[in-house]
Design a protein around this ligand. Structure first.
Ligand code: ADP
Length: 446
């Protein structure tokens, strides 16, 4: 990665240098060209102004000392004067671009390339009053020669900058990837140094994701261990009773009793397996695959209370429903499960002669809520946080003797989260428990 970043950094620098050299050469050359033509124009107009070339027969100007070439072209295109060449060897100049332009517009210019010398000749012509064309010309370097002459400097600059880039790129990449390297060595280290503050959220996100993965893995491991343990107990009992019957060690009376035990433990196993399957279904179900609908919880709670009436009587507990129509947007099956689990717990963890109140209502803002309150054994403060964990029970023997799996409230919590509701628990040991679920406000059009 480091090598790749270094390489990219150096490549970008070289491309930038070469491009800027080429572009600046082109710009310089354009400026140079314009300056040369402007100079020639001044020379041509000055010479025209002196009137020296008006008398064609008697031109006193014979200088060929500087590199300014002066040519006088007659109306027919023949050259009548040139300070730098023998006019007898010169051909007709009428078709020269700058001469043609001067004849038409009074002034004209052109540039002709000499590839062999690496030079360009710049021409500027003006039309004189006598109909002759006065042309001045000058040689100057062309773009290739300008570029070639600057090449050694360009190469030297490229070399210096490349060395600088290698050094800079090394430090830069080092500071960018240092946090990643530190995390690779020790991902739990929360003191990872970030030179660039923009990397901080990235580092925190990776670390929190890692923490979550570890937490989930731990939870799964613990869950699997708990499942094995929970399954083992009823299976051991079933196996034990079956063995006694198999060995003929049970009397006829015992056989009936043992069959009852086997039946009870098998039921426990079934309930447990059902709850485990339900939890894993809830674990994988996403919002997209859930069906939410507008529901009135009141008739659903009424059904649940009716269904649990016999169960409550068996525990010598009274169960009743209070409240009003309560509209929520939720998953129907989940709401039935939620009501059942909360009411079932309120009956099972109650005292003889106790009460269970199922209440439904709406907040002033229009959010529906449901509450299950009992006058049972209650939960002490230290257990209140943990009772929603899988397989956490306050009183193991009571839970088991009443058919509990330790998963009911874990399922409740899952359902509450998936239905965007809020869960509140109030409980006092010996006095009772109140669990309230508040749903989001139902929008009128939904
Ligand atoms: P279980 O199947 O054991 O009832 P839950 O997940 O439903 O499992 O509940 C977890 C634990 O929380 C129970 O074992 C019990 O100790 C406690 N609990 C749940 N509901 C009540 C309640 N209404 N009153 C007192 N304790 C409760």
């Amino acid at each position: 990665m480091k090598r790749k970043i270094n390489f990219q950094f150096i490549s970008i620098t070289i491309i930038a240098i070469v491009l800027s050299t080429v572009l600046s050469t082109a710009i310089n050359y354009t400026v140079l060209k314009k300056e040369v033509i402007d100079d020639l124009k001044i020379y041509a107009l000055t010479l025209k102004g002196t009137g020296i070339f008006d008398e064609v027969e008697d031109i006193p100007y014979h200088s060929n000392t500087n590199n300014l070439r002066i040519t006088l072209i007659a109306q027919d295109g023949s050259v009548t004067f040139d300070n730098n060449a023998d006019i007898r060897s010169m051909d007709n100049h009428d078709n020269r671009a700058e001469v043609e332009q001067a004849r038409k517009q009074g002034e004209g210019h052109s540039v002709r390339r000499s590839a062999t010398l690496g030079k360009n000749t710049f021409y500027y012509s003006v039309l004189l009053d006598n109909g002759y064309v006065l042309r001045v010309a000058k040689e100057s370097r062309n773009i290739t020669s300008v570029f070639v002459s600057s090449l050694p400097f360009t190469v030297a600059i490229v070399l210096v900058l490349v060395i600088l880039c290698v050094i800079l790129a090394h430090f830069l990449t080092q500071s960018i990837i240092a946090p990643i390297e530190q995390m690779a060595k020790d991902i739990d280290n929360k003191e990872v140094e970030c030179v660039y503050k923009e990397l901080r959220p990235f580092v925190s996100m990776i670390q929190s994701q890692h923490d979550n993965i570890v937490k989930v893995a731990d939870m799964r491991q613990e869950f699997t261990a708990n499942i094995s343990h929970e399954l083992k107990t009823p299976l051991t009992a079933i196996s034990g009773y079956a063995e006694l019957i198999e060995n003929g060690m049970a009397t006829d009376e015992d056989i009936i009793r043992f069959a009852g035990e086997i039946h009870q433990n098998a039921n426990r196993l079934l309930t447990l397996i059902n709850d485990i399957i339900r939890l894993s279904e809830l674990d994988v179900s996403t919002e997209e695959c859930l069906q939410f609908e507008k529901l009135d919880l009141f008739p659903m709670a009424q059904n649940c209370v009716d269904m649990l009436q016999v169960n409550a009587e068996n525990h010598q507990v009274k169960i009743g429903l209070q409240g009003e129509r309560c509209l929520v947007t939720a998953n129907r099956e989940m709401m039935n499960e939620l009501l059942y689990n909360l009411c079932d717990n309120a009956i099972r963890y109650n005292n003889k002669g106790g009460q269970v109140y199922v209440r439904l209502g709406n907040s002033p803002e229009g959010a529906g809520w449901l509450e299950v309150q009992d006058t049972g054994i209650g939960i002490s403060k230290e257990h209140q946080e943990r009772i929603f964990e899988r397989f956490y029970r306050v009183d193991k023997s009571r839970s088991k003797s009443t058919g509990g799996t330790g998963l009911g409230l874990a399922i409740v919590k899952h359902i509450v989260v998936q239905n965007h509701a809020k869960l509140e628990l109030e409980s006092e040991q010996g006095k009772g428990t109140r669990i309230r679920v508040t749903f989001p406000t139902v929008s009128p059009e939904s």
